[in-house]
Design a binder for this molecule. Structure first.
Ligand code: UD1
Length: 368
């Protein structure tokens, strides 16, 4: 019988779960790591295992891509067999992807207690698949590890306070873990992309709401071409976005506007740290840019990380027609940079994983 089973599968989960797995392996706790196979390209998966020193998964469910129902159901169905075979005392999930929800439901239905890392986030926007995943995962978990006070407040509002613990955010732990490697790689990386620190905009977009509609993607692309006349643009293209961008006529790709594949965890952070401004729709990158004191523009109508909006460090803009002006304004605003550099981030002290593992350990003792 295993003590803990941790289920990961998509890029952000590797980052969120890595420091928890590291902490578990330093204690006398038996851990089974399951990879759902939701992300499978080397740059979406293997690179994170290498850079974050994540143990090789004992099981890979090889789920792959598909519609939400198909992907979620396939993970549930395949994971059920692994849970029965390994009989974990607790199943640990992280974040808000289809892997998170599928694992939480499969375990809860087998009466195995579920622990949720990064519980309590809410964008209050049910058109986002992640919002559905978060809500349902929290409601079938018995241990809710909340990263912030806002998350605690959200869980209280839904009557979940008795299972909730304020632990801090494990992404802060991961970021701290790789900071020395990041510092040693940043100069080489800037050279590779022929970039100067603070003289480029870093772009990542992968939400269906931004990239699935070709007209909207074309508008975004035009706005970025406009920015590239004044400031270098480096667009790291997620596989979801890749296929759709190819359908745009006159796709920019020159020294001013560079399209590149997704980077590994450390490379991505190094490129963020040196950017003059970030344009993204990723939740994690809004938070990382806040911690790294880099102004961020989020191409969405809402955010599950409202803390990042303080002091104008992160701005929500949902109209592609408005982003070029805003990027060019923010990127050269030294007062803004000074102001956000003085802001203390509210995402924890980098010891969230050890708190989480202590709580898991004490729950395991009660379950004996
Ligand atoms: C998923 C998560 C999202 C997270 C994001 C991080 C859900 C609902 N969404 O979105 O919360 O922010 O991961 O990246 O779980 N693909 C590849 N190679 C891969 C993986 C995907 O080519 O290794 C392509 C496939 O065409 C696939 C598409 O990307 O259909 C989307 O992948 P999917 O895992 O469904 O969702 P993401 O957009 O990556």
């Amino acid at each position: 019988m295993a003590d803990l089973m941790i289920v990961v599968g998509a890029r952000p989960q590797f980052i969120k779960a890595a420091p928890v797995m590291k902490e578990i392996s330093s204690r006398n706790i038996d851990l089974t790591v399951v990879h759902s196979g939701q992300h499978y390209d080397p740059e979406m998966s293997a690179v994170f295992f290498r850079e974050l020193q994540i143990p090789k998964p004992s099981v890979n469910l090889r789920t792959g891509s598909g519609s939400h129902a198909k992907q979620t159901a396939t993970i549930m169905q395949r994971l059920e067999g692994s849970i029965l075979a390994h009989s974990p005392k607790i199943v640990v999930v992280a974040g808000d992807t289809n892997t998170t929800l599928a694992a939480a439901i499969a375990a809860a239905k087998l009466n195995v207690p579920v622990a949720h890392i990064e519980a309590g986030l809410r964008s209050h926007d049910l058109s986002m698949p992640e919002e559905i995943n978060r809500r349902l995962t929290d409601h079938c978990s018995v241990l809710l590890f909340a990263p912030t006070k806002t998350a605690i407040y959200n869980l209280r509002n839904e009557g979940l306070q008795l299972r909730t613990y304020l632990t801090g955010d494990t992404m802060v732990d991961s970021l701290r873990m790789v900071m020395p490697a990041l510092r040693s790689r940043e100069a080489g990386l800037l050279k590779h992309f022929e970039l100067q620190a603070r003289e480029y905009v870093l772009v990542t977009l992968h939400r269906p709401s931004n990239v699935d509609d070709l007209d909207r993607l074309r508008e975004i692309h035009n706005a970025l071409k406009h920015v590239a006349k004044r400031l270098r643009v480096l667009f790291l293209v997620h596989p979801r976005t890749r296929g759709r961008l190819r359908r745009i006529k006159g796709l920019a790709h020159n020294r001013e506007f560079t399209l590149a594949p997704p980077q590994g965890y450390i490379e991505n952070l190094a490129l963020m740290k040196n950017a003059s401004c970030i344009l993204t729709d990723s939740g994690g990158m809004q938070k990382e840019s806040f911690i790294l004191h880099v102004p961020c523009i989020t191409l969405r109508a809402n955010t599950e990380w409202p803390e990042t909006l303080q002091g104008g460090a992160n701005r929500l803009i949902n109209r592609p027609g408005r982003i070029s002006r805003e990027i060019l304004r923010v990127a050269v605003n030294e007062d803004l940079r000074t102001r956000i550099t003085s802001l203390k981030h509210p995402f924890g002290d980098g010891r969230a994983s050890s708190r989480i593992v202590r709580l898991l350990e004490s729950s395991l003792q009660h379950l004996k």
